[in-house]
Design a protein around this ligand. Sequence first.
Ligand code: TRP
Length: 329
Amino acid sequence: MSKEVVFSGIQPSGTIHIGNYLGAIKNWVALQDRYPCYYCVVDYHAITSPYEPKTFPHAVLDAVAANVAAGLDPARSTIFVQSQVPEHTELCWVLSAVTPVGELQRMTQYKDRARVRREVVNAGVLNYPILQAADILAYKGTLVPVGEDQEQHLELTREIARKFNAAYGPTFPEPEVLFTPSRRLMSLSDPKVKMSKSMPGSYLSLMADPPAIKEAVARAVTDTGPTPGGEMTPGVATLFQLLDVFAPAKTAERFRAAHRAGDLRYAELKASLAECLVEGLEPIRLRYRELIARPDTLRDMVRHGTARARPVACATLEEVREKIGILKT
Ligand code: TRP
């Protein structure tokens, strides 16, 4: 049995698109076969950005439903919600006492958000990476599957772990980033930028129904047509990227050969890709429908996750309190 523990955090941020799926969730699903995994919907992180309190509980349940529909398995992995395990915020406070403010101020994500509205940037945005470190370290996580944008936060997590260990004795492993093997998916409407949920037309929702899938694929940007031996333009490359995941290898190969020969008709490629996507995404969409229609089942699922996660976090916190000299009565 390996000593690795996988931990990753999921923002409850609404639409999950196929880029999120290929860039992150698919990898999380695969890791479940190899390691004990913790997947956490990070609602206390989310409140550092503007959000709607009235619909927030639903957004959190929706994130659970979407990720379970996409293949996170509550029977094998610990799938839970951050706020339900208060030891995360408690550990965050303890870790803040070994975290240099200067390091927090160096974080690109903080700098980006502080630049936009310096007067109103809240301390939660600054302290965000400490809570992220607490998430991981509460379970002594060793492998953190995230995108490149999180590398800096993970570097800081390692430093926080080192600082704590140096001050109070060996306690936490230094977690490693596990980058997703797949390349990131570009926008369908503008292949120069990453697929993003903030631009309609840019993304294909993981829960899209067949007509929506067909429309999104039909509207995807390509070029005026391939020339024999010519290079593949970025928009066309995105379609092939999807084909590689969702179509049988033979189909992808046939289209690739046609592209090389310069006689590929994009309409044909798109029709075939749309069909494969409809088929490939159907189980996810149906399972999502089923889950979201039963909020009580979802709540049970969250409680089940809490029951798995909390004893582990509690044990870590007990060890931490003892090491840092907190009164026990
Ligand atoms: N900051 C991460 C993001 O924006 C989310 C996150 C919170 C996370 N806690 C985490 C990721 C712990 C990995 C591990 O995507």
